[in-house]
Design a protein around this ligand. Sequence first.
Ligand SMILES: Cc1cc2nc3c(=O)[nH]c(=O)nc-3n(C[C@H](O)[C@H](O)[C@H](O)COP(=O)(O)O)c2cc1C
Length: 342
Amino acid sequence: MYLLNSFTVKSMTQRNRIVMPPMCMYSAGTDGIANEFHFTHYTSRAVGGVGLIIMEATGVLPWGRISDHCLGLWNDEQAEALKPIVTACQKQGAKVAIQLNHAGRKCEAQEKIIEAPSAIPFSQESPMPREMKEEDIRETVNAFRSSAERAAKIGFDAIEIHGAHGYLISEFLSPLTNHRTDSYGGSTENRCRILIEILKAIHEVWPAEKPVLLRVSAEDYEPNGMHMEEMSKIIKLVKPYIDVLDVSTGGVVSTPPSKIYPGYQVKIAEQLKQACDLPVVTVGLITDPHQVEEILGEERADLVALGRELLRDPYWVLHTARNMEVEYPWPEQYRRGFQARK
Ligand SMILES: Cc1cc2nc3c(=O)[nH]c(=O)nc-3n(C[C@H](O)[C@H](O)[C@H](O)COP(=O)(O)O)c2cc1C
């Protein structure tokens, strides 16, 4: 089965093509520190056979969290709590990445500072963000660098920058949310500037042999917003700094996807893979192993992420191999589960 084939990027070899995409669990304390829930949650998917676990959006600054209960990585205490989770997942054969995020105008944590490229609220109910000054941008870039340094020390196998779903980086990228007139707004190159600065800063501290993933929203579902063509231009600009592209859509404004069906984002991932010649992760209502086989067999994507399906079934990979009658190593401790009853 294609989905059980290994995948190598830089020094990281995943045991199979299945990715757990980042999913906020809103279960940390207000200090952003991981706890026993996170340990159980992530190690369950590692025991269940997932190839690459991308940990949920983790704030690089207190006001970069999406909620009061998101994970953070702006201090060493937060890093210490993540380390045993990462090590335990790796012992179970999974590779582990962390998604670093700044929530921008979509920060719902009880923070006084809400920042965005431009002073435009997400909705009528959302707080008015303050337009970031150059010093705020510098602080943000430095925060991504410091968090990446902590992620490296923890021993993560990969790092993912959250450039999707209308959080800060994606707010800078999209013309809908970036109305700046300085060097961070206007042209595609200018809107991409903060992302390039963040990626460059990360490379100062992130091990050269380990991969960097970038998640993007390649479509805003609004005529004047981001579309595949412009995103492909952006990816070409950042290509020297990334190894894998994780393709999502939407979230910059509240407009929902124009059509939703199983695999609704595969086509755009495939287009970006072809246009930019980078390995891609595709995601979005993918639940069926046959569907995964079609995507991988046709080389429409290199990796397939199952979000809500892995919430429902942490053992999806093991169950799939068993249902397909393919021999696949279950954890040693569970061998007895396959032996005939005496
Ligand atoms: C509970 C939940 C939390 C999520 N949190 C994040 C997140 O932290 N970062 C992110 O990039 N996407 C997040 N997403 C989006 C998922 O990564 C994924 O792209 C989306 O669920 C579509 O995949 P699916 O149809 O397989 O669930 C979240 C989705 C869910 C359901």
